[in-house]
Design a protein. Structure first.
Lengths: 595, 429
């Protein structure tokens, strides 16, 4: 059975000759884009519900190596203990999201997390850390009323993704590695997603995949900022594709920053995280003058304040000209004692040591680092979207986390909603079987022409340079602290970068051409930047991760709403503010909830 | 520390262009590095790509030692590009970067990892529950099995161990260190239900390990596949009844191949893994006990099967060309031969033209290797000149393959051949 999987993948590699115009066509029951936690959980659940389904996974990286699930350090929040409850997990999640979560989704996440994690242990072979008595250990994490984070040391993601990837191998599921989806394909009615156009990174050829159901689960990853935590191969591809396919999106202004991304001048490793536990343990945050600047912003809680306030304070300190030499602020844990730091944070100490920073004895330069996008496609509890046949799960979807995500809820969201999507897709196909739908005629060819264009431009712009410019614009104007006028300037700048990107030039052949892929990344980043900036303009208040310097208060009295958006036919975005439906817990209950 | 600031380094990078083929070559890049302690090898590659050569290809994803995409050979040692800083290499030493050994190269530093995943799949790397329980098993963290497994499950499948292993190239059916390490973690896991099947699948492979500790030395996650392999052997000794003996004693089919592994060697001669050698020594002492025990006991039983075949000469392969009547008498015909060449860790399909000459004398057939004996360019039959011509440096050979002009040092090579059931076969080594 296992061998058949790879044979099948090879089968259409061999089909090349059959399709003349360099475009290969493949039909399948289910197309899954991405191979992180959400995608793998979906595939396993869809396959187990109906092993006759033909499932094709396409992943931009090698199998199981891309995506942010693998990079999860902390762990997964789940209710397992008799003294904990789904109610508490739900309220923690709503409190963290500052009440604008989709309560149906949040409820599904907390309730389904329990069976999900048990399946991962008993069915897929994950082994999480244990208490001395042999039961599953749960550690504390910020913003939680109960210690409920299941983990494997401080490298939980490797355990989850390695085990899930092996389970995919166990089943008859085709995987195309280093194949990236560039755009969703739509049928003639314009209302159904019928697959995606795929680029084989290795040989530069395009494949038109038509499927009865498509799951988009590429993971977000806001790498369109100067400092970012996700791997650089993440480039908001899924969100960009959703935008271009005119799928209804929500909460796109909500981009979470992590307060302590390591600064390594000139290195791609910059932005990778130092865990929050350091501040929890009492580490100080210092500016260039060696002052504990939190005295200015939150004298009561100081460095133990929440993620968003810590980020804001560091950012304002940097903008006020009190940045350290490397352009950020310092985190100083030396007063805790070198032995203590080395014993309790071995992973962080060694990450710093690789770059000759001595975390245990000296201040280390850090900066807020773009971490997670709470916004995404508007979905229901079965991951259905505004388009027929399209399912979205994980970071590409929005609504679960509202205005801010709790640590440990990210991988929880991916695994739970991946599982939901897998079951839902099997169910959907049982009811809606029939022919594999066709894409609108000429759509794939048109897209290919667009993506091949930079090879024909003789004297064009450099995608690396444009990407840097976009990152700076977003960092300065759509980042940690925003104002109406900055956002409006940013929208113009993003438009101008978009114009220049149309004129980019790529040298060399299309085989494993990395600058070409950077350009395609850039197109996605541009579209997502537009959505974020536009949505941020419309939220004239501060809420969760969205901080408006010009509207610094949270206006619960003013009406609690979500911003939905959808790309219109002429490329302009249509926005709609909708009041939050408090379907399970009222605003009053949320506001009064104390951990 | 100041020595590490504003240094110049010469970086030699292996280049292979799939549209050109051949053995590839090394390109040199001169780089000024502001601070070697803050610059990883991955940063160097990104910088070269951005500023000097956008066509340079390499692979990476997470950039923080978690995904295992950027394994490569850096100054002769396997390592992750994101985990290796320039300051880890000896001062002023040139930096040589080449793709992992034992894998087909796609472009420059990017290798095809398919053989890795195939071997992994074949050793049943996936969990299969021993019972239907829906509650996580109660297993104490200080239990024997968890102590044994430890962090060995944290393999990120970067392929460094396979590249460093000298044995994977000699034993076609050797699963390699990573696959066996995973098998070990499952064999030791009381929750898993595929013990017998897995043991039967992988045990044979374990005897290909010569306990060189190369994998242990290079593993970026500090896992010791050597220990895992020896442990599987030890398990087999403890519970021999659980194994199907006919499987265990089945003759092991092996082929020693020279392979196409010989990249142009330009490794700068400075070994930077000196510190790690101490680790290797330490581990060797620890594992010596297990290693010796299993080697002595099992060695006696298995030696003939395991070591014997590896000393055999390379077997010849018969490659079918075409029906004999497809080669007209009195004519020189060129045909493309499809040959599957075992490369140790993987098999590659090679299409190579050969020249078949059928003389009027019905018994007289000659099969020429079309590689010019000078530098290996393909020769062509020139009907008007009645000579084999090489376009590269003007080498020429007569109808018998003898050199008539140019630099070739010896006559054209001939394949031995066989005619069977009306088909012509060439004997390829």
């Amino acid at each position: 059975m296992i061998w058949e999987t790879s044979c099948r993948a090879e089968a259409f590699e061999g089909c090349k000759e059959k399709f003349v115009n360099m475009i290969r066509k493949v039909k399948t029951d289910v197309l899954v884009i991405g191979m992180g936690g959400a995608a793998e959980m979906a595939v396993l659940n869809a396959y187990d519900a109906n092993p006759d389904l033909e499932i094709l996974i396409v992943t931009k990286a090698l199998r199981g190596k891309g995506g942010c699930s693998r990079m999860v350090q902390g762990g997964l929040n789940v209710v397992l203990h008799s003294k904990d409850s789904h109610e508490k997990h739900l309220m923690d999640t709503l409190k963290g999201g500052q009440y604008i979560n989709d309560q149906q989704l949040a409820m599904t996440m907390v309730e389904q997390a329990t069976p999900t994690i048990k399946e991962m242990e008993t069915k897929y072979g994950c082994f999480f850390d244990r208490n001395p008595d042999g039961t599953v250990h749960q550690k504390p994490f910020a913003g939680q009323s109960f210690d409920r984070t299941v983990h494997k040391g401080d490298l939980t993601g490797i355990e989850i993704i390695s085990r899930l990837t092996e389970q995919v191998m166990k089943r008859d599921i085709s995987v195309l590695e280093e194949h990236r989806a560039v755009d969703l394909l739509i049928d003639t009615t314009g209302e159904q997603v019928v697959g995606a156009l795929i680029l084989d990174i290795k040989n530069g050829e395009f494949i038109e995949v038509n499927a009865k159901a498509t799951l988009l689960a590429t993971g977000g990853g806001p790498t369109h900022y100067r400092f970012f935590a996700p791997g650089p191969e993440k480039s908001v591809d899924g969100l960009g594709m959703l935008y271009r396919a005119a799928v209804v999106m929500r909460d796109m202004e909500m981009v979470q920053f992590h307060p302590t991304g390591l600064i390594i001048p000139g290195s791609v490793v910059a932005g990778s995280l130092l865990e929050e536990g350091l501040r929890g343990a009492g580490a100080h945050m210092l500016n260039i003058h060696g002052e504990r600047f939190m005295e200015r912003y939150d004298p009561e809680k100081m460095e133990r304040t929440t993620r968003d306030i810590m980020c804001r304070s560091s950012y304002l300190e940097i903008q006020a000209g009190r940045a350290c030499r490397e352009g950020g602020v310092h985190i100083d844990a030396s007063h805790l004692g070198a032995e203590f730091v080395e014993k309790n944070f071995p992973g962080m100490v060694s990450r710093c040591r690789q770059f000759k920073y001595d975390l245990a004895r000296q201040p280390v330069p850090v900066s807020p680092s773009a971490h997670y996008i709470m916004g995404g496609a508007a979905i229901d509890v079965n991951c259905r979207t505004s388009m027929e046949r399209l399912f979205v799960a994980g970071e590409d979807a929005g609504g679960v986390h509202g205005a801010n995500r709790l640590g440990g809820n990210g991988i929880c969201d991916s695994c739970v909603f991946g599982r939901q999507a897998g079951k839902a897709i099997a169910h959907y196909l049982a009811k809606n079987d029939g022919q594999v739908p066709e894409s609108a005629s000429g759509m794939a060819e048109q897209l290919i022409n667009r993506y091949m264009k930079p090879f024909e431009i003789a004297d064009g712009t450099d995608p690396f340079e444009l990407r840097d410019r976009l990152r700076e614009t977003n960092w300065n104007k759509v980042g940690v602290a925003r104002t109406g006028s900055d956002l409006s300037e940013a929208i113009d700048e993003i438009d101008s970068i978009a114009g220049m990107a149309e004129n980019a030039r790529i040298a060399g052949l299309n085989t494993y051409n990395m600058p070409w892929n950077v350009w395609i990344d850039l197109l996605n980043m541009i579209d997502v930047s537009k959505m974020v900036a536009g949505s941020a303009m419309l939220r004239e208040e501060t809420r969760g991760a969205h901080f408006r310097l010009d509207c610094p208060d949270q206006r619960d009295d003013y009406g609690i709403f979500n911003i939905f958006q959808k790309r219109g036919a002429n490329g302009t975005i249509r926005y709609e503010k909708k009041s939050v439906a408090f379907s399970f817990r009222s605003l009053d209950q949320c506001q009064k909830y104390k951990k | 520390m100041s020595k590490a600031l504003n240094s110049r380094r010469l970086v030699k990078i292996y280049r292979y262009d799939p549209s050109v083929g051949g053995n590839g070559h090394f390109d040199q890049f001169d780089l000024n590095i502001e601070d070697e302690t803050k610059t990883t090898i991955l940063d160097l590659l990104i910088r070269i790509q951005k500023t000097q050569d956008p066509t340079l290809a390499f692979r990476y994803a997470c950039r923080v030692n978690m995904c295992g995409s950027c394994g490569m050979v850096i100054n002769g040692c396997e390592a992750l590009a994101c985990k290796t800083n320039v300051s880890d290499l000896p001062e002023k030493c040139d930096i040589t970067i080449r793709p992992l050994n034992h894998f087909p190269v796609i472009k420059d530093l990017v290798v095809d990892m398919k053989p890795f995943f195939q071997k992994l799949e074949a050793s049943i790397p996936y969990f299969d529950p021993v019972d239907e329980s829906m509650e996580p098993a109660v297993i104490r963290p200080d239990s024997k099995e968890r102590n044994l497994i430890g962090l060995a499950t944290e393999c990120i499948q970067c392929g460094c161990c396979v590249s460093s292993c000298t044995m994977v190239n000699y034993h076609e059916n050797y699963a390699g260190p990573a696959a066996l390490n995973r098998a070990f973690t499952l064999l030791a896991d009381s929750r898993d239900g595929l013990y017998d099947l897995r043991m039967n699948q992988v045990l044979e492979s374990c005897y290909h390990c010569r306990t060189e500790f190369n994998c242990t030395e290079v593993c970026p996650k500090e896992i010791s596949p050597t220990r895992a392999i020896k442990y599987i052997q030890l398990l087999a000794l403890k519970e021999p009844r659980r194994l199907k003996r006919q499987n265990l004693l089945k003759p092991i089919h092996e082929e020693k191949t020279s392979g196409k592994e010989s990249l142009p060697s330009a490794d700068s001669g400075c070994n930077w893994l000196i510190e790690q050698h101490n680790r290797r020594k330490f581990l060797k002492q620890i594992i010596f006990g297990i290693g010796t025990a299993s080697a002595l006991v099992v060695g006696g039983v298995i030696a003939a099967a395991a070591i014997g075949p590896s000393l055999k000469r390379i077997p010849k392969r018969l490659v079918r060309l075409d029906k004999l009547e497809a080669f007209p008498v009195g004519k020189v015909s060129t045909i493309v031969m499809n040959d599957i060449v075992p490369n140790g860790f993987y098999k590659s399909e090679i299409k190579k033209p050969v020249i078949v000459v059928r003389r009027s004398d019905p018994d007289k057939i000659v099969v020429f290797n079309t590689s010019c004996t000078h530098l290996g360019c393909t020769v062509h039959w020139d009907e008007s000149k009645k000579q084999y011509m090489c376009a590269c440096h003007g080498g020429a050979f007569d109808e018998e393959g003898n050199v008539t002009a140019g630099p070739p040092p010896r006559p054209l090579d001939r394949y031995a051949f066989k005619v069977e059931d009306g088909y012509l076969f060439a004997e390829v080594v």
